[in-house]
Write a protein that binds this ligand. Structure first.
Ligand code: GLN
Ligand code: ZN
Length: 766
């Protein structure tokens, strides 16, 4: 008998109920009781949907973030928040860590939020626990115990889920002078106590998540695993040690031999290791095989899964558990929602038949369980249906486009090369563009006003004709151009009024992309994203931006910068195909963007920016695999950018502030100009560009677009002077950190006035 279980379920609710409850509470429109009641409702709904499983996760729900929850369970708050513990309820404190509190609040409990960072290689962001030599922990098991009781009351066979002690420390950051692992000895007795309490409350199994095991661990961290689990083995609940998001590689033996009752492995990304684990795993241990992809939205090929699972089931018998590869937090809730919409852009039945969201993925796990336990014949109809869906996708000519495959096959190495090296091009560009020293520009978007959003929405809902829509957007472009001319910017942009989102806009115009209506996935807190679905070979039926850009150019004599999203970013912010390597899809995107670049150039656009905001996000978990990713990612960028004449200036933009470990790749992109986020790092970020002798032009952002504050001219002059100590002034641009779409015009105009005044001062004193 194989058992079936789940590692975690999305907690936002099928209609993002949690988001709306959180935001209403934060605005003071709802009470804490109302928020908690809504949260409980979602938990109960989730458990009910999972009730057919042998074990249902409890404690995976979170009001904001599961790592922050664990910090609270361990009584571990940042000192600045702990010092305010007398102010407000525990819920207030919780959100204080999550979101910070500004000085404008009347209760004077202002405090900055915990830092947020990416959860492994997902697009989910967690609140980083902060450690210092003074850190002390104290157990606060209430949340878990009450949710466990709640689940039991509902008649659920509950399996509490916690983050393991080693991964918890691995996710933390420690201040100078304290090592993260120094805290392990103090932490373990609390974990023991917690496990005992859970056993007392009736938990037979506890899932203890240790995904750090799929990363490169040095000897200290490996020893920490040994130490932790040898100490925790004395406790009563059986531990299911959960690893996911990758392969164990040289941690495989360690993971197999830790003294726990069971091990969960990601059998989607780590398929090749499953049999080795089966062989290595001591005979008394359960092996949970994560066979259904928790990171993607495709149906599992159940027949194929059974083909390789059955021999494993024969070997393991009762010791086999089946589950999704990881928590289902990273996929949307329920595909059925998509069927209930009458939107014109709804997914069509053919595509729907290829997809599975969280609820459907659990049904797949159940089916696999039945097939293993009762024989394939017991689920023959469902298997046949699944088979038909898999084959229809495999053979569909919506997925396969031979012309696209041929185009990728025909990529020549010359596609990745500009005609001349940077020094020669930049001289030609200078002649052509006639820009001053310290040229000024912006990153692309201007404020997305309520009217702009209304215009787009009305057009989508067919309440605006094509002609009306075009007139409205043109009016917005006119406004943006006029403002920029008044300000005296050197390189203008059209302002992106027609774009809802930098990926969706392009996805909607590319063949091979589809869009869900309710496919929301939590990114952090109440923020959700709806990644587009890249399902087929990518082609570009017609130009995507040329009309808007040339219209904008027609309004000014200044150079107008064409604005595109790069292939790597489009890829990394989408759900992508699982039937071909990511690289292959990226090459197809690169060719589509290349065509757009060439069309823009042919239409007289001399400056083209290709945003790669998400280049970093695609980095694999293991450093050993970075170079391979960077090689194809940079190659794709270069294919998209490098078809142009020397006179055409290519810009790229990246809005993050970590370049140390990828500077070589950034230089290989060979964009004529790169604009980056630097204002908050006081230009220190440029050190790495200086040390690397980065040869091309750089626009280090001089103002933080995330803040409503208007930067002063003096501040920006100062930042640029600091930049000029690192990069020669001839290669510096003056621009904000990122696009201005989230700001108001009333903020943008004075800020840009000051920015231009700063550039003028810099020129005058050069
Ligand atoms: N061109 C985009 C904008 O200005 C860039 C956004 C981004 O880098 N995230 O909005
Ligand atoms: Zn940006």
């Amino acid at each position: 008998m194989a058992l079936i279980h789940n590692l975690g379920f999305p907690r936002i609710g099928a209609n993002r109920e949690l988001k709306f409850a959180q935001e209403a509470f934060w605005k003071g429109e709802q009470t804490a009781e109302q928020l908690l009641a809504r949260a409980q409702g979602i938990r109960q709904m989730n458990w009910q949907q999972q009730s057919a499983l042998d074990f249902v996760p409890v404690g995976d729900f979170s009001l904001y973030d599961q790592v922050l929850d664990m910090s609270f369970t361990l009584g571990h708050l940042p000192e600045r928040v702990a010092a305010l513990s007398h102010k407000g309820s525990e819920l207030d404190q919780y959100f204080r860590v999550a979101r910070g509190r500004s000085a404008h609040d009347t209760d004077c409990s202002c405090v900055h939020a915990g830092e947020m960072t990416k959860w492994f290689d997902t697009n989910y962001h967690y609140i980083v626990p902060e450690l210092s030599a003074e850190t002390r922990f104290s157990l606060n098991p209430e949340r878990l115990l009450s949710q466990l009781a709640e689940a039991q009351q509902q008649g659920i066979n509950a399996k509490p889920v916690i983050i393991g002690p080693v991964t918890y420390l691995w996710l933390s950051k420690s201040q100078e002078g304290s090592h993260r692992l120094d805290h392990l000895a103090q932490l373990l007795p609390l974990y023991s106590e917690l496990l005992e309490k859970l056993a007392e409350a009736g938990a037979e199994w506890v899932q203890i998540d240790e995904p750090a095991l799929v990363t490169e661990l040095d000897a200290d961290w490996k020893r920490a695993f040994e130490q932790a689990y040898h100490q925790l083995k004395a406790n009563r609940p059986k531990l299911l040690l959960a690893t996911y998001f990758g392969t164990l590689q040289d941690n495989l033996q360690l993971a197999c031999n830790l003294p726990v009752a069971g091990l969960h492995i990601d059998a989607v990304r780590g398929r090749a290791e499953v049999n080795t684990v089966v062989d290595w795993l001591p005979a008394h241990k359960v092996l949970s095989v994560g066979v259904v992809d928790g990171r993607n939205i495709w149906k599992t090929d159940l027949t194929r899964a059974l083909d390789w699972l059955e021999p494993i089931a024969d070997k393991l018998g009762e010791r086999l558990w089946l589950a999704p590869s990881c928590s289902l937090l990273h996929v949307p809730v329920d595909l059925d929602s998509e069927r209930q919409t009458n939107s014109l852009r709804a997914l069509d039945p053919e595509l729907l038949n290829w997809l599975a969201f969280a609820k459907q993925k659990l049904a797949e796990v159940q089916l696999l369980g039945r097939a293993i336990n009762e024989g394939r014949a017991s689920v023959a109809d469902a298997l046949a249906e699944n088979r038909a869906a898999i084959i229809s996708r495999r053979l569909s000519d919506r997925v396969h486009n031979s012309a696209v495959k041929a185009a990728v096959g025909g990529i020549l190495s010359s596609f990745g090369h500009r005609q001349s090296p940077y020094v020669e091009r930049i001289a030609k560009q200078a002649q052509h563009l006639k820009l001053p020293l310290y040229p000024t520009t912006t990153i692309g978007s201007f404020p997305q006003t309520a009217e702009i959003r209304k215009t787009r929405q009305a057009y989508k809902q067919h309440n605006l004709t094509e002609a009306e829509y075009r007139r409205n957007i043109q009016a917005e472009i006119e406004r943006a151009v006029l403002e920029q001319e008044k300000l005296g910017l050197d390189v203008l942009v059209h302002g992106e009024a027609e774009r809802n989102d930098m990926v969706e806009y392009f996805g909607e115009q590319l063949q091979g992309y589809a869009f869900s209506q309710f496919g929301w996935v939590q990114s952090y807190g109440s923020r959700c994203v709806k990644p587009p679905i890249l399902f087929g070979d990518i082609s570009r039926p017609k130009a995507m931006t040329v009309e808007w850009t040339t219209y904008a150019q027609s309004l000014t004599d200044k150079p107008m910068k064409g604005m595109l999203t790069g292939p790597v970013t489009i890829l990394n912010w989408s759900f992508v195909r699982d039937d071909q390597p990511r690289k292959e899809s990226c090459l197809q995107l690169a060719l589509a963007i290349r065509q757009e670049v060439l069309d823009l150039e042919a239409a007289g656009v001399n400056v083209i920016q290709i945003d790669e905001a998400a280049l970093r996000e695609g980095l694999p978990l293991r450093r050993a695999e970075w170079q391979q990713y960077l090689d194809w990612a940079i190659h794709c960028f270069r294919i998209s950018a490098n078809g142009v004449q020397d006179e055409t200036q290519i810009h790229t933009h990246m809005c993050y502030s970590e370049f140390n470990d990828i500077i070589e790749a950034i230089a290989q992109m060979d964009a004529d100009v790169i604009t980056i986020e630097t204002s908050r790092s006081n230009m220190e970020l440029l050190d790495v560009f200086e040390a690397f002798e980065y040869p091309n032009e750089i626009g280090p952002g001089v103002y933080d677009i995330h803040s409503p504050n208007i930067p002063t001219t003096a501040q920006m002059v100062n930042l640029m002077q600091q930049a000029a100590t690192r990069i020669p002034a001839q290669r510096l641009w003056v621009n904000p950190d990122c696009g201005l779409k989230t700001r108001q015009w009333e903020e943008v105009i004075p800020a840009l006035e000051n920015m231009i005044a700063a550039a003028q001062q810099l020129r005058a004193s050069a």
